[in-house]
Design a protein around this ligand. Sequence first.
Ligand SMILES: *[C@@H]1O[C@H](CO)[C@@H](O)[C@H](O)[C@H]1NC(C)=O
Ligand SMILES: *[C@@H]1O[C@H](CO)[C@@H](O)[C@H](O)[C@H]1NC(C)=O
Length: 238
Amino acid sequence: MRTLSAQFFKICTFFLVVIITTTAGLSIPSISKRDTVAKCPDNNFPVFVGSSCKTQHSMIVQCKNANTNARASHEQQCNQGENCVDFLLNDDVAFAMCVPVNKLLQWTNGNTDDEFCSGTIRFDSGASGDSISIGLNTYDTNGNPIQVFDMVEKVNNQQIGEVKNQHNFSQIYRNYNVHDIVTFCFIPGASDPHNPYYANKAIANAYIVRLSSIGGKDVQFTDIEPVISQNNTLYIEN
Ligand SMILES: *[C@@H]1O[C@H](CO)[C@@H](O)[C@H](O)[C@H]1NC(C)=O
Ligand SMILES: *[C@@H]1O[C@H](CO)[C@@H](O)[C@H](O)[C@H]1NC(C)=O
């Protein structure tokens, strides 16, 4: 009886996994909801300098006064249902955005110390040869940034960059062609280096944006509606 129900449970789990993995490949033909971008609402400091994620649901925005060059920063909350991802606007300017969770690639290590890779994300429309900004952030279960041992970004399965001991990894990738597939991997930082089977849970959030959609320097960032496809590999908790 015991083995029979264990067998039955295994079969149910198998079908559950099949159902989840076959429905998880989302195709998003057009996105109407806008991402939340940093704003400089104070008239004394109206010029955007940079933004970075403070938590999973908030960013720190730095603004300045163009005449005096004086700077001020403030905290800006994401809208409900959005998570913060760090991007680069150009090689010098950090540009955090709050992205609706249903547009993000999200995955986790659970509590295991190993390499965990994302599903895929790509643009299926628009011009080829554009530059895109690629962002990856890891958060703990309370939504605070959590450092991980290793972060990797790939285009068409070729590694394009790697950082160690960070909670964010942002790059600009030039010459992106429509349908190029972007993927990510991370290795969590072990909280107990003597136990390879245990690591704190990290939740990775990754996304891509066209640089042309978020503008160049000193542009107002208001209209970010990329057309993307994503192919989520959902991590199934034990
Ligand atoms: C990554 O995080 C650091 C620390 O919070 C922050 O200074 C930086 O602007 C963030 N973004 C990028 C693109 O590195
Ligand atoms: C989804 O992932 C599979 C396996 O990695 C890949 O073969 C397929 O091209 C991906 N589809 C999209 C839309 O990225």
